[in-house]
Design a protein around this ligand. Structure first.
Ligand SMILES: [Zn+2]
Length: 91
């Protein structure tokens, strides 16, 4: 009876531990690929490193000026974190 109880407790601990580890790995991976992917959950591959950091007019996230997601409007260049922000942007 007591053995069974200890076994259940250990199983619960193991599940909790595994979930925590998976959560940490998920966070680390999300940080590797940048905060914009944490927000949208999908990688657009549009944020290479380097260049200057400017704010995305759609959501305020900082993006690199090296990004391919850019638009020139009114003589001003705008850089976007995602295609969604670029589509939503009207100047
Ligand atoms: Zn954005």
């Amino acid at each position: 009876m007591l053995r069974g109880f200890i076994y259940i407790i250990l199983t619960i601990f193991a599940i909790t531990f595994i979930r925590a580890v998976i959560g940490l790995i998920g966070k680390a991976v999300a940080q590797l690929f940048g905060p914009e992917n944490q927000q949208f959950g999908k990688s657009s591959g549009a944020t290479p490193s380097g260049g200057q950091l400017v704010q995305c007019p759609g959501c305020g996230i900082y993006v690199s000026t090296e990004t391919k997601l850019r638009k020139t409007s009114g003589g001003k260049k705008h850089y976007f974190c995602s295609e969604k922000c670029m589509k939503d942007f009207r100047a």
